[in-house]
Design a protein. Structure first.
Length: 433
């Protein structure tokens, strides 16, 4: 491989700006993701990639027009969680009940006081299990207080999880998040409250976008991936316009390099929606998956304050090779499941490496409206681009691409991915009357 074109942080920044500023939020199954898909297709063509395609798959999506909580004289703005239920006509009204983080760890049976209440809670690490428990215990509504005082309401990913895991045809429980400060006000004023959440949930389509650089003497395919969707109300700059921008710039800079192994670029749809795009790809192309020898996934990128971080799911020889060939950039290395889409590929037996720029400030604005272009640094995009490009070059010199996944790593993935929502579940899911 000869590098005709150097990875340019500036160009990557330009692509990133297109996603965040020209398009904005890119919610699965909605206009933003369609525009992003078209832009990626256009760039793949411009760079001269081959086998370019956009593969559709079904998703559930939701739109909200008004989310507000009223209590006494207070009107508090909130955001509804993806696929939250709508409130009743005129608002879902009930007494507020604050649960402390410890109480939240109990089972539904241990929480009889929750029945018929709007539950207000704070937790640094609220899980889907917490919401399930509250719904099972009979909560009429749920208000989640954002853990970070400096940000607007936080929006979790796993967009589709709640409702499907409960097997309900219509989401009945409104779940909204409020800022940290508003959460404190609600707790203080605890009394009768009403949630007004105008939310519509419907089926739609998202796309996986693919393109290839054919290898000169391919021994297999290297799959480079990044998700291009975002959570609602966020331009998703670091998560993950930055990663998609790196993917595009790698495609441009490697397109005419005469690389030995085939590189397939995969801009994944609906990662925030329960990693649906990556799952759909693996099911649809199940028979050809063995040709993919390695996955490099870029998720959470461009962060101003942080450092290069790499998560690896692969055997020791590849771990050693990775350490040796990235040492110049001093990455923080972790063996085990990190990231999103890469876990799906690894679960299907493909050794996977997740590249991100982390350990810094990104968790403060991740999945909030603050994750905009001002969080992105040209240098950080360029660092990850150069390091990964160097690594791709080093793979060329290896005698074989036969990497494997150790059993312990696969077991860890198995437990993490088991309760997941699959595209088949979405396909079968009935919605509306
Ligand atoms: Zn992400």
């Amino acid at each position: 491989m000869t590098l005709d074109a150097k990875f340019s942080g500036k160009l990557a920044y330009e692509y990133c700006t297109h996603f965040t500023n020209r398009i904005g939020e890119r919610i699965q199954g909605q206009e933003g993701t369609d525009l992003a898909k078209d832009y990626i297709l256009e760039k793949f063509k411009e760079f001269g990639l081959e086998k370019i395609s956009a593969e559709p798959f079904p998703v559930l999506t939701s739109q909200q027009s008004l989310v507000q909580i009223t209590t006494g004289k207070h009107n508090i703005a909130g955001l509804s969680f993806g696929l939250s239920g709508a409130s009743e006509e005129g608002g879902t009204s009930a007494p507020l009940l604050y649960l402390n983080p410890w109480e939240l760890q109990q089972s539904a049976k241990e929480l009889p006081e929750v029945e018929g209440k709007i539950v207000l809670f704070y937790s640094r690490n609220a899980s889907e299990q917490n919401y399930q428990t509250l719904i099972e215990a009979g909560a009429k509504g749920i208000i989640y207080i954002s853990y970070n005082p400096g940000t607007p309401p936080y929006l979790p990913s796993g967009f589709t999880y709640l409702r499907l895991s409960l097997g309900k045809e219509t989401p009945v429980t409104p779940i909204v998040s409020v800022s940290h400060r508003d959460g404190q006000i609600l707790k203080e004023k605890a009394g009768q409250a009403a949630i007004h959440a105008d939310v519509k949930t419907y089926k739609s389509e998202s796309y996986n976008v693919l393109g290839e650089i054919p290898g000169t003497e391919p021994e297999g395919v290297i799959l480079i991936s990044a998700h291009y969707d975002s959570v609602p109300y966020s331009a998703g700059a670091t998560d993950n316009a930055g990663g998609t921008a790196i993917l595009l710039e790698l495609a441009r800079s490697l397109a005419k390099s005469g690389i030995k192994h085939t590189i397939r670029f995969f801009a994944c749809g609906a990662e925030e929606g329960a990693i649906l795009g990556a799952q759909h790809y693996c099911t649809k192309h199940e028979k050809q998956l063995s040709e993919i020898k390695l996955n490099l996934n870029f998720d959470v990128q461009g962060t101003q304050l942080g450092n290069l971080a790499i998560g690896i799911l692969a055997n020791e020889p590849l771990q050693k090779h990775l350490v040796k060939n990235t040492s110049e950039w001093k990455p923080m290395l972790r063996v085990g499941p990190t990231g999103g889409d890469n876990k799906v590929f690894a679960w299907h037996g493909i050794p996977a490496i997740h590249w991100w720029y982390g350990g810094g400030s990104n968790f403060l604005y991740n999945h909030t409206p603050l994750d905009d272009i001002t969080q992105i640094s040209v240098d950080s995009l360029e660092t990850v681009g150069e390091a990964s490009q160097h690594f791709i070059g080093s793979i060329e010199k290896l005698k074989t691409l036969d990497f494997t996944l150790p059993t312990e790593q696969r077991q860890e993935l198995e437990t993490k991915l088991k309760p997941r929502i699959t595209p088949e579940m979405i396909e079968k899911h009935k919605i509306g009357p």
